[in-house]
Design a protein around this ligand. Structure first.
Ligand code: PLP
Length: 379
């Protein structure tokens, strides 16, 4: 089955949005009741018609300071962007002419590789889908591909697998980067879900750009707000010509400021719910005899579930759950080499959705689609 054939049969985004009862567990977005302070800030900004103004080119000063404080990186420069992806696109295009290669992982998040490829920069995606690799990039594997002036795009925690990097591993990676005059882009989109997290920026301040998102931990995906944080001299290379000189969404910035001010209680609740849902789905997978959760506990707000060896394609599994009002994602979106082997389930959602996902998973027949257990004709 070709990708084009699958894409053309998959329901459109709008069609999925029009299903009010759908458990939205495919995009690592957060669907819990937001902090009331965030909603109030958004409504207040809207009532005051702030949307009639542009925002400052690099974002509100208060927001930039709160982000640097949240990361524990005072004194670093912060540029507010249109989602983390806006920052990643800008990094990739602004720095491309000085790069020899982009190095990332497979599985990973494909967009930065595509952005630099448009500028003619070659991309190496190191395969990390194995128990031996620990589902993450090792310094030894990096040593085989790194070259002078590489850009290492390191996602941590790693979407879609849920692994993350310890300080010692990062130190070994940084030593290689330093020796090769490489830039590290540390994509920290899922940092707030991790049990513990080390910033590459602490180890390699002079050549690390940290990307930050409000889509996942604060649940602001549709408002499109993120940031790039870096040493002032390095960030200058990006801010000289900002990607969006008219400023990111002004109402979103008010909401983000409010969210950062109540982050402690919110994160406690968010993490507890996310982990609870991960345990629920993982237990269902275990009981079903179909599939294996790859990294536990996942350090992100998602689980990667290996489904290989049962006659199901990743798309068939997604279709089987969609029939039961549960939207999850095929690995093919994030991995050319391993995508058919796994699906991804997002877990920062209402517990009832996770329960539904668990119940739906139990109907997937380990003997394959169309087997005796499969009531849904998910093939
Ligand atoms: C690894 C990674 N980086 C960046 C993004 C984009 O984040 P944002 O919504 O802030 O643009 C995503 C979204 O899924 C992601 O998974």
């Amino acid at each position: 089955m070709t990708t084009a054939a699958v894409t053309s049969r998959a329901p459109s985004f709008e069609a999925l949005l029009a299903r009010p009862d759908l458990a939205w567990m495919g995009q690592n977005t957060t669907h819990l009741e937001p902090p009331p302070e965030v909603v109030a800030a958004l409504l207040d900004s809207t009532r005051r018609h702030e949307f009639q103004w542009y925002a400052p080119a690099l974002g509100f000063e208060e927001l930039r300071e709160l982000i640097a404080a949240d990361l524990g990186l005072p004194g670093r420069a912060v540029m507010i962007t249109d989602g983390a992806v806006g920052g990643l696109h800008h990094i990739c295009t602004a720095l491309a002419s000085g790069l020899s290669r982009l190095i990332t992982t497979d599985p990973g998040w494909p967009w930065p590789g595509r952005f630099v490829a448009l500028e003619g920069v070659p991309v190496t995606a190191v395969g990390v889908y194995s128990d031996e690799a620990g589902y993450r990039l090792s310094a030894a594997a990096l040593a085989e591909v790194i070259e002078p002036r590489s850009l290492l795009y390191l996602i941590d925690p790693l979407n879609p697998l849920g692994s993350s990097y310890g300080r010692t591993e990062l130190e070994a990676i940084v030593a290689l980067a330093r020796a090769h005059d490489a830039i590290i882009v540390h994509d920290c989109t899922y940092r707030h879900f991790a049990d513990g997290h080390t910033l590459v920026a602490e180890l390699y301040p002079e050549a690390t750009l940290t990307t930050y998102s409000f889509s996942k931990w604060l649940g602001l995906a549709g408002l499109r707000l993120g940031a790039v944080v870096g040493d002032p001299a390095l960030l200058e290379r990006l801010t000289a010509t900002p990607s969006n000189p008219l400023g990111a969404n002004i109402c979103a910035q008010r909401a983000a400021i409010a969210g950062l001010k109540v982050k402690e209680p919110w994160l406690r609740e968010l993490r507890a719910t996310t982990r609870r849902n991960q345990r629920t789905v993982a237990a269902a997978v275990e009981r079903s005899g179909f599939g294996r959760v790859l990294v536990q506990p996942s350090q992100g707000n998602f689980l990667a579930i290996d489904i290989s060896g049962h006659g199901w394609t990743a798309d068939q599994v997604c279709a089987g759950l969609l029939d039961q009002d549960v939207f999850i994602r095929s690995g093919t979106y994030q991995s050319p080499a391993f995508g058919e082997r796994f699906v991804k389930v997002s877990t920062s959602v209402p517990p009832a959705w996770a329960d539904r996902c668990a119940a739906a998973w139990a109907t997937l027949d380990p003997a394959g689609p169309g087997g005796p257990l499969d009531q849904n004709g998910a093939s």
